[in-house]
Design a protein around this ligand. Structure first.
Ligand code: FA5
Length: 335
């Protein structure tokens, strides 16, 4: 039995196999254990000899097992180490570099251009009260012009997601009045809109506001001509259309010729060949007053640009929904 057990042990090569070997020979129901138990059955003369022999075998087997187990553990450890070994001669994996989102690029470009004309960047909240989003912009409760903006109301009374960046005008005026100001105010706006290739329910606007003495409509026009020539190069076609906003008087909308269709008409420019990029006008005297300026002394102009549509023009993107689609391929294509 001893010889047989030792041979079997030599052929084990994993911890599991040695365990199985242990239960076969030395376990509670093992073969050697069986012999040890039956020692009591042999004649009293034979008993000491047999018992001694069986115990010797037991000790020998236990020692052999211990030795085998140590050897196997060593081998297993070595194998694991080799498996995890790092081959320092392999070439490294290339790192993929992130790219700036086209909207961010446009926003920075706009900020740089207006900085050349002395406009500072001003930050204001995306969640507003009804008072700031409407009332202080000359739209008291029930004013029909509120319908120009499909508003996301919240479960908190009087709290809305801003539908435009214009409420920031009031925050800025109240902070700086009666000092003259020249600011731009970039940020996200929210509208409960039918989402299409040209309209999203979350989009960017860049508000602009200049307040001071003797500011006229010519300043507004001049600022825009300068902006357009820096953004699009000299000679880009632009048109001013009369419009209505409750917070400006007079008000205009400004279009540029659509490059996506080359002025022929496409769904982005509503088949007109022109793309509306902003609303603007002279700040309504009542709004100046709400902001803390005396309209007899001060005047100002304000505008609200839609940078997403400008980005679409610039990078030839035919659907606004790509902007927040989280598709890396979009960023890669633009890069
Ligand atoms: C306004 O929101 C006014 N607050 C702009 C303004 C500011 C006028 C200051 C006068 C003085 P309007 O709703 O037209 O106006 O939006 C302005 C621009 O935002 C649009 O010309 C368009 O370029 C962009 N825009 C509006 N709605 C969306 C939309 N759903 N998706 C993408 N861009 C939009």
């Amino acid at each position: 039995l001893r010889q047989q057990a030792i041979t079997a042990l030599t052929s084990t090569s994993t911890t599991e196999e040695t365990r199985a070997w242990h239960s076969e020979y030395l376990g509670r129901k093992g073969r050697l254990t069986g012999i040890l138990r039956s020692v009591g059955a042999v004649s009293p003369e034979e008993r000491p000899r047999i018992g001694k022999l069986a115990n010797e075998i037991k000790t020998a087997l236990e020692e052999a097992l211990q030795e085998r187990q140590t050897a196997i553990e060593q081998a297993e450890l070595e194998a694991a180490r080799n498996k995890e070994l790092i081959d320092v001669t392999l070439p490294g994996r290339p790192q993929t570099l992130g790219k700036m989102h086209p909207s961010t690029r446009t926003l920075r470009e706009i900020a740089d251009i207006f900085a050349t004309m002395g406009f500072l960047v001003y930050d204001s909240p995306e969640v507003e009260t009804d008072e700031y989003n409407f009332q202080l912009l000359n739209m008291p409760p029930g004013h029909p012009a509120r319908d120009l903006w499909d508003t996301f109301y919240t479960t908190t009374p009087d709290v809305v997601l801003r539908t435009h960046t214009s409420p920031g005008q009031i925050h800025a005026m109240r902070q700086y009045a009666p000092e003259p100001i020249r600011i731009i105010l970039p940020g996200k706006c929210y509208r409960y809109e039918q989402v299409t290739a040209r309209s999203e329910s979350m989009f960017y606007q860049v508000e602009g506001l200049a307040v001071g003495k003797n500011i006229t409509f010519s300043d507004l026009k001049g600022t825009f001509m300068n902006y357009a020539s820096q953004m699009y190069g000299e000679g880009r076609k632009m048109r001013f259309r009369k419009h209505y906003f409750p917070f400006t008087e007079p008000s205009v909308e400004v279009d540029i010729d659509c490059v996506i269709c080359g002025g022929k008409g496409c769904n982005i420019c509503k088949y007109t060949g022109w793309l509306e990029i902003l609303g603007a006008g002279m700040v309504n005297p009542r709004v100046l007053e709400y902001g803390g300026y005396d309209p007899a002394e001060y005047s100002g102009f304000a505008f609200g640009l839609g940078p997403d549509r400008m980005t679409m023009q610039k990078y030839d993107i035919n659907d606004i929904r790509y902007f927040f689609s989280n598709d890396v391929r979009f960023l890669e294509r633009i890069g």
